[in-house]
Design a binder for this molecule. Structure first.
Ligand code: AMP
Length: 124
């Protein structure tokens, strides 16, 4: 499957649609989810064109992958969620609930997440 340049996160990266930025550098953008499932619900995306976690871990460099997850941890600390706990989610593929085909992780926290609730948030 080829990367689709028309996906909504690609448009955000091209500044064609707005976002509520939490963190940005030359390789990563983090922004608030437009439909938060938890009080803190931030999406973190690499600026490179990767479809999903599988594509990212198969084709990005080890440095890029390490940098990405290191920054995810730092963003979570900046959001203040590690102490109370947070969930890190990446839906990989349509069957897993991935809607936007640009690799992203969800940082979800700020409340107790129901046991057994799935990655899309508080749905059970
Ligand atoms: P996923 O199901 O893992 O692909 O998650 C996609 C996420 O992107 C959902 O939680 C949506 O609420 C979120 N989303 C979709 N469009 C936007 C947008 N324009 N700005 C911020 N978040 C968005």
């Amino acid at each position: 499957m080829a990367y689709n340049n028309d996906n909504i996160f690609a448009k955000i990266l091209r500044n064609e649609i707005p976002n509520n930025t939490v963190y940005e550098d030359d390789s990563i953008l983090a922004f608030n989810d437009i439909a938060p499932k938890t009080p803190v619900h931030v999406l973190v995306i690499p600026k490179g064109n990767y479809i999903d976690l599988d594509d990212f871990t198969a084709n990005a460099s080890t440095i890029e992958i390490g940098n990405f997850f290191s920054k995810v941890g730092q963003i979570a600390r900046d959001l203040g969620v590690p102490e109370s706990g947070y969930r890190l989610v990446s839906n990989n593929g349509e069957n897993a609930g991935q809607i936007v085909p640009h690799f992203h992780v969800h940082i979800m926290g700020g409340q107790k997440i129901k046991e057994g609730s799935m990655a899309r948030g508080m749905q059970s």
